[in-house]
Design a protein around this ligand. Structure first.
Ligand code: 5GP
Length: 132
């Protein structure tokens, strides 16, 4: 069965899209640690990130770099934190999280409620800044 992220990539499930190319897709995390929290996924459905082909893995990080630069232009923050967890969704992905303190990237913390309007505004503003 296709992963939830494959369904998002195919447009079968809606998402707040940031950018895509032929191999990678970026969209806002639906239950974010904070505004701008973005997921970068390979279109190829592989569960564990370190099972990806080495070239794909390297290129995925370069794609994530471009997304991180766009997020940082929109969200005032010290830097964009990077994390790989993968315990919830079995489709490899990189978390990009705007951070000022270590606590901002604590995956155990309670998540803020973000309205549909704010999600839409963020995805529009960040996607406009992406240069692929
Ligand atoms: P992980 O697998 O890295 O532990 O966590 C998966 C992440 O994917 C979580 O932060 C969760 O909020 C996010 N997520 C799970 N399902 C969806 C979804 O349907 N849409 C979006 N945009 N994010 C999701």
């Amino acid at each position: 069965m296709a992963s939830i992220f494959t369904k998002i990539i195919k447009g079968e499930i809606p998402s707040y899209k940031i950018a895509e190319d032929d191999r990678f897709f970026a969209f806002l995390d639906i239950n974010p640690l904070g505004e701008g929290h973005t997921l970068v996924v390979p279109k190829e459905e592989i569960d564990y990130i370190f099972d990806l082909n080495a070239e794909v893995l390297a290129d995925m990080m370069v794609f994530a770099q471009k997304i991180a630069k766009a997020i940082k232009e929109v969200i005032p923050c010290n830097r964009i934190g990077v994390s790989v967890i993968g315990l919830e969704v079995p489709h490899a992905h990189i978390h990009l999280v705007p951070i000022n303190t270590l606590g901002d990237i604590n995956f155990s913390k309670s998540r803020p409620q973000i309205s549909k309007e704010v999600f839409e505004d963020l995805s529009q503003k960040i996607s406009q800044k992406v240069i692929l």
